[in-house]
Design a protein around this ligand. Structure first.
Ligand code: ATP
Length: 336
């Protein structure tokens, strides 16, 4: 049975709208003008227990709104969803005890008291017994290296330290579903890696299902085999990350380094690659070749040029994702 089932979920916000200035403010007291923002439009998907799914989309695509509905913080306008068999927005106590929503830009720790006291508060809220609390806290402290942080108030922690403490606090009740909204935002590269490997470890140890939004593609590549892409509230793609790359990365980059002292004219290289775009690198050439033709182009370059080194790379995932976002409607045959 899937851990998460989302069925034509929709959220429309109704936002007040008025011009600036006192006159408009007074007029708004008499007649309020509103505007509808369709943040999520009939999204359907299902996620199996233990899956780690990347939820991708540009700013304003509707990711946070969807996660908030699945975490039970927002009522949908229409449609349905079940998570572990519960309807999230009914806010059943036992559902809240099995999931966690971690947001990179929001703190769930009490600001002025030592971190460990916030954890004790969570212990009481989630009714965790003493033995489980002690074991889990020890495990999380070791995994995230929290020893020196537990006695500090959250307001005295650096962003990265606070994020590690947020994770530990949100996982003390051993949630089976994790909603992670930009958990690595603003962190340095080493801390991003740290958080990433921690999420992978938690998933492996507990079999929890994870939905992750992140603008750092390294997070998504490291953690998610499957991605769901939304844009303007609509689902554009649901399938393997590798499939997304295959579908949207039409080109590969071939970089040729020539043996020292050799120079080759641009026109000569262009003639070997049938007009594919190329640029000089200083010691050779960089060529964008259609993915289907890279073996043939590479073979020709190797046979005709004095090659010291030749590499073939996929386009960076960021470039692929930009192409996906440029698509405004699902393609026929997409795994949607
Ligand atoms: N509380 C709200 N009231 C009105 N409109 C909102 C509210 N929250 C979000 N929106 C609007 O809904 C749309 C989707 O926003 P949402 O925060 O879900 O996007 P997102 O994909 O998480 O974006 P980001 O990557 O920037 O966090 C946006 O147009 C946003 O302005």
């Amino acid at each position: 049975m899937p851990a998460i089932v989302v069925d034509r979920l929709r959220k429309t916000y109704v936002v007040p709208e008025r011009e600036g200035g006192i006159k408009a403010a007074v007029a708004a007291l008499v007649k309020r003008r509103t505007r509808e923002v369709e943040a999520v439009k009939d999204i359907s998907l299902s996620i199996e227990p233990g899956e780690v799914v990347g939820f991708l989309g540009p700013n304003g695509a509707g990711k946070t709104t969807t996660l908030k509905m699945l975490a039970g913080l927002l009522y949908p306008t229409s449609g349905g969803a079940t998570v572990l068999g519960y309807t999230p927005w009914k806010r059943d106590r036992s559902y809240l005890g099995q999931m966690a929503l971690i947001m990179g830009q929001r703190s769930q720790l009490q600001w002025d008291i030592p971190v460990v006291d916030s954890y004790r508060l969570n212990k009481a809220i989630f009714q965790i017994n003493d033995a489980d609390f002690a074991t889990r806290l020890q495990e999380l402290t070791d995994l995230l290296e929290l020893q020196d942080l537990l006695r500090k108030p959250a307001r005295n922690l650096s962003l990265g330290e606070r994020m590690k403490c947020e994770f530990a606090g949100s996982l003390l009740h051993r949630p089976q579903v994790l909603f992670l909204d930009e958990p690595t935002i603003g962190l340095d590269v080493a801390m991003q890696r740290r958080i990433r490997s921690f999420v992978a470890e938690y998933n492996a140890r507990t079999g929890a299902c994870v939905i992750l939004t992140s603008h750092y593609m390294a997070d998504v590549e490291a953690l998610c085999k499957r991605v769901v892409v939304i844009h303007h509230g609509e689902l554009l793609y649901d399938g393997l990350l590798a499939g997304l790359v295959r579908r949207f990365a039409a080109d590969k980059t071939i970089t040729v380094e020539l043996t020292e002292g050799h120079r080759v004219e641009r026109s000569d290289v262009a003639a070997m690659i049938n007009g594919a775009p190329l640029e000089p690198t200083g010691s050779g050439w960089r060529i964008q070749a259609p993915a289907s033709r890279t073996p043939e182009v590479a073979a020709r370059l190797l046979s005709k040029l004095p090659v010291a080194d030749l590499t073939i790379e996929d386009q960076p995932i960021e470039t692929v994702i930009e192409k996906v976002f440029a698509t405004s409607a699902p393609e026929p045959g997409a795994d949607v």
